[in-house]
Design a protein around this ligand. Structure first.
Ligand code: ACO
Length: 255
């Protein structure tokens, strides 16, 4: 994506053409233009009705934006952020997790399939000190699924109604490593909800809100009767739409 200014004039770019922005950068019109233009192009490429990445949806959040550029060209963006998610496994066990998520990922059409996506992704993995299987992917496109399969051999996951993809290795590694810190961030509880009860509970969900700032023992009782859904970890606001019952809790993205 060509701009009529050097990208390095509006943001600091390292020797690899990489910029890492948190939600509180020094704003300037050129930076806003880059974020706006790339965000719109990403939404278009994914056929999304709503733009996920824009200055107003990025500034003052705890999200991070990785930008790859070259001179006056912005080649790609990758946006990440933490979310509270509920994940149901095949046995019906629901787990509450707070993974880092890939929220938006876009490489300009003119340079796709040339390794730019991998460069951006690897930069993010390095800076966040995280493995690809420890990340959740928000509504990944077929291209992103192909990308993850090709570069990281990630393909097994249980579809969730919140449309986040969490690969099976996310949980396997956690158990193998016995990672205390991660385990302590996760609430495990038996899902007593049968598929037959889903519709019934769907309406129940609409009346519920949750705040993860509550002490665990308080929120535990509330969580038991809730379905997989996600909330923006920063605002903690609970935004979902019920579609076809409990497991169809579709969490509206709060970017
Ligand atoms: N069709 C199928 N697979 C593709 C395509 C495509 N058009 N483009 C990239 N891939 C996958 C393939 O596995 C490809 O390997 P191959 O060429 O050997 O088949 C691999 O990605 C290439 O890797 P990179 O060159 O490093 O990736 P790229 O620079 O193309 O970036 C990305 C990948 C970001 C997915 C890019 O294709 C893109 O922007 N697509 C359009 C927007 C999009 O779908 N973004 C993901 C949205 S979901 C989310 O953000 C959570």
């Amino acid at each position: 994506m060509q701009f009529n200014f050097l990208i390095s004039k509006c943001m600091s770019v390292n020797e690899n053409g990489m910029t890492i922005l948190n939600g509180t950068p020094q704003r300037n019109p050129c930076l806003d233009e880059v974020i706006t233009t790339m965000g719109e192009a990403s939404a278009k490429a994914q056929n999304l009705k709503q733009v996920i990445t824009s200055p107003s949806r990025f500034y003052q959040t705890d999200q991070k934006l990785y930008i790859k550029s070259e001179g006056k060209q912005c080649l790609g963006i990758l946006k990440i952020g933490k979310k509270n998610l509920f994940h149901r496994d095949l046995s019906g066990l629901i787990k509450e997790i707070q993974p880092l998520c890939v929220l938006d990922f876009y490489v300009h059409e003119s340079v796709q399939r040339r390794g730019i996506g991998k460069e951006l992704f690897e930069e993010m993995l390095r800076c966040e000190n995280i493995m690809p299987e420890k990340i959740a992917y928000d509504r990944p496109s077929p291209k992103l699924l192909g990308f993850l399969k090709k570069h990281y051999h990630l393909s097994n996951y249980i579809p969730q109604n919140n449309n986040f993809v969490i690969f099976s290795q996310y949980f396997e590694n956690r158990q193998q490593n016995g990672n205390q810190k991660l385990a302590s961030q996760t609430s495990y509880y038996q899902n007593t909800v049968t598929p037959q009860k889903m519709e019934q509970l769907g309406s129940l969900m609409q009346q519920m809100t949750i705040s993860s700032t509550k002490p665990k023992n308080q929120s535990q009782q509330q969580i038991k009767s809730q379905a997989p859904w996600g909330t923006d970890q920063k605002s903690q606001s609970n935004m979902y739409q019920t579609t076809t019952g409990l497991m169809s809790a579709q969490i509206q993205k709060k970017i």
